[in-house]
Design a protein around this ligand. Structure first.
Ligand code: ZN
Length: 308
């Protein structure tokens, strides 16, 4: 009753690959599988509970009918979405709206997101931010295809954490596997797609005007200040904590027993062990509900844990 195990959903993307199978052993349905929606109540891809009394129910249904499992939070829709993304090729350069804009124009939430870099090939990079000093300059540089001058590239390595507030121009570069925690939204404005063709042989649609409207100008860089806490043999790293989400990495080595009073989204990114007597292993995703008053974790485990 108190832990909801969830079944991932997979999305085909032109930039996707096969890492989700190689790294996590998932039975992926596409040659170019780009996204695993691991914990989702978004209508574009809904997690189903795999065991216990809610087996077969969608996460959104459990959220609507049993809000006591989620600390009776007031959000009309389940607020978070956890994904794993396999960038076998560069993703398009994009930007997401904030809540106000998304509500008005998209009937969706805004999309502030953050990335834990699960692995990155040598010399991998992301695009994070831009050099334009005004909206006019941003518009001109986009219209004149001045991508090298406009876009800021940042090197990334395994274990890095990147916070991407709505309004930040960004792209995940080739060779990067990430776990993304985001607001439950599917609204993306594509700024530039490297002049690639989609699966239908045509360029994918761009959304230049809304991109310019929602982009933060000038770019605001965000430095992640990690807070590390040790309990015996276990390490807890907090990456971010704000109105949108709190995201932590838990490295469990041995036995940990702690009280709990808030629901938590959990992704096992490495290792194996048990939670409250139930076996868990790399690639599992679940929600510890608010009704679970104690958490007993055992084994050697790396977890990404989030809540709002
Ligand atoms: Zn994004």
């Amino acid at each position: 009753m108190d832990i909801l195990f969830l079944k991932p959903i997979f999305k085909e993307r032109i930039w996707g690959g096969t890492e989700l199978n190689k790294v996590f052993g998932y039975d992926i349905p596409f040659e170019h599988t780009g996204e695993c929606w691991a914990i989702s109540a978004h209508p574009h891809g809904e997690s189903i509970v795999t065991k216990g009394p809610f087996k077969g129910y969608k996460l959104s249904e459990v959220y609507q009918t049993h809000r006591e499992l989620f600390n009776k939070i007031k959000n009309p829709l389940f607020p978070l979405l956890t994904k794993i993304l396999d960038a076998n090729d560069d993703l398009s350069v994009q930007v997401h709206p904030n809540d106000l804009y998304a509500k008005k124009f998209e009937k969706d939430l805004g999309k502030t997101e953050c990335w834990y870099i699960l692995s990155a090939e040598e010399n991998s990079y992301i695009i994070y931010g831009h050099q334009a000093k005004s909206k006019i300059e941003l518009k001109n540089m986009i219209e004149n295809n001045q991508w090298n001058e406009l876009l800021i590239k940042k090197p990334v390595k395994t274990g890095d954490f990147i916070y991407v507030p709505a309004g930040t121009i960004h792209a995940i570069g080739k060779g990067v596997l990430i776990l993304e925690t985001q607001q439950s939204s599917d609204t993306t404005y594509r700024v530039y797609d490297f002049d690639r063709l989609g699966t239908d042989g045509k360029p994918r649609e761009l959304h230049i005007n809304p991109s310019i409207e929602v982009t933060t100008v000038p770019h605001q860089d965000y430095k992640v200040e990690k807070e590390v806490k040790k309990i015996n043999t276990h390490t807890f790293t907090r990456f971010v904590s704000n109105n949108f989400f709190t995201v932590e990495k838990w490295e469990i080595d041995g036995l940990l027993e702690i009280p709990s009073n808030h629901y938590k989204l959990v992704s096992v990114i490495d290792g194996q062990g048990e939670i409250n007597g139930q076996k868990i292993a790399k690639g599992d995703h679940f929600i510890i509900t608010a009704l679970e008053k104690r958490i007993k974790l055992e084994g050697k485990l790396e977890l990404i844990v989030s809540w709002t």
